[in-house]
Design a protein around this ligand. Structure first.
Ligand SMILES: [Zn+2]
Length: 310
């Protein structure tokens, strides 16, 4: 007897035991990051832990020496026969099963479903604290969450959500790309040749995938990049790539100077920021891994950039 159930990352043993015994469930929503956390309760008839197998249509994502979707064991509570597991890059429609060691399905399917997409508007008033100061408290958009998960996956954990690594929240004081949940800073020092090359290789990857990702603005060193080519740079980008999904066509602000962020009153997430599933994919994770580890590429020069916009 065994079944799969919905779980969360930091589940204690007691909470996991309750979740395992109360509701089994047959569907689980994929969060914007594509990272799904679930549990398995019970083992096979011989007392072995079940193997987890995930199907996308007829394709098996989890088997083989280098699985397309690795399944991690986050927690194991042996005396409760409970394991909390996590898998990356899942999409709506994927099906999760517990299998016996001889490859037979031993649980019902846990089917991955898409979260409801809804337009999101972030206002300056929403971000104010009790003292009236705008704070970076809005959750990152699905695109940003998926990009964080992708970069974490493609760099085998080197880039992670943390200060000086992958930062999305930004500074307090204004409603702007970061506090609105639409921007990510990816830290790579341009004065360090190896880090700079990793940044340049990531920029190549972002430009290659600009239409699928739908990002709008990117800055590194003296360069500014848009969906269509080079644009003016921004100061203070010597130690990080800034990438954002900021759509200026829907921005509301006071007065006539759009460039003064203190006048911004309302930011609307564009459609591309609302869905992360085309970002944190297996194909993209492999491309990030290749870009990250490619030490033989040449750094980008300004003359190269038009050619990157194929
Ligand atoms: Zn930034």
């Amino acid at each position: 007897m065994a079944h799969l159930f919905k779980a969360s990352t930091g589940m204690t043993k007691a909470a996991a035991a309750v979740a395992a015994k109360s509701a089994t469930g047959s569907t689980i929503q994929v969060p914007p990051s594509g990272v799904v956390t679930f549990g398995v309760w019970g083992g096979d008839a011989s007392g072995n832990w079940l193997n987890i197998r995930i199907y996308r249509g007829n394709r098996i994502l989890t088997d083989g020496a280098v699985p397309a979707v690795p399944v991690r064991v986050l927690h194991e509570y042996g005396d409760e026969w409970v394991r909390i597991l996590q898998a990356d890059g899942l999409e709506a429609g994927d099906e999760i099963y517990g299998m016996t060691t001889t490859g037979q399905r031993y649980t019902a399917a846990l089917t991955v479903t898409a979260p409801p997409a809804s337009p999101s508007v972030v206002t300056r008033e929403q971000l104010r604290d009790k003292a009236g100061v705008v704070q970076p408290k809005y959750p990152p958009s699905p695109a940003i969450l998926a990009l964080i998960a992708l970069l974490n996956r493609g760099t085998d954990g080197t880039l992670r959500a943390a200060a000086g690594s992958l930062e999305s929240a930004g500074r307090s004081g204004n409603l702007y790309e970061h506090t609105a949940g639409l921007a990510l800073d990816i830290y790579r020092l341009s004065t360090d040749a190896a880090q700079r090359l990793q940044a340049h290789n990531l920029i190549r990857f972002f430009i290659d995938n600009r239409r699928a990702f739908g990002w709008r603005n990117m800055f590194y060193e003296s360069w500014g990049f848009s969906q269509s080519g080079l644009m003016g740079g921004a100061p203070n980008h010597g130690n990080h790539i800034h990438i954002d999904w900021m759509d200026f066509s829907t921005l509301k602000f006071e007065g006539s100077n759009r460039n003064d962020r203190s006048t911004w009153t309302e930011v609307t997430w564009p459609a591309e920021a609302l869905v992360g599933t085309s970002i944190n994919t297996e194909v993209n994770a492999n491309q990030v891994r290749a870009a990250w580890g490619n030490t033989s590429a040449s750094p980008i020069t300004s003359a190269d950039i038009p050619g990157l916009y194929r």
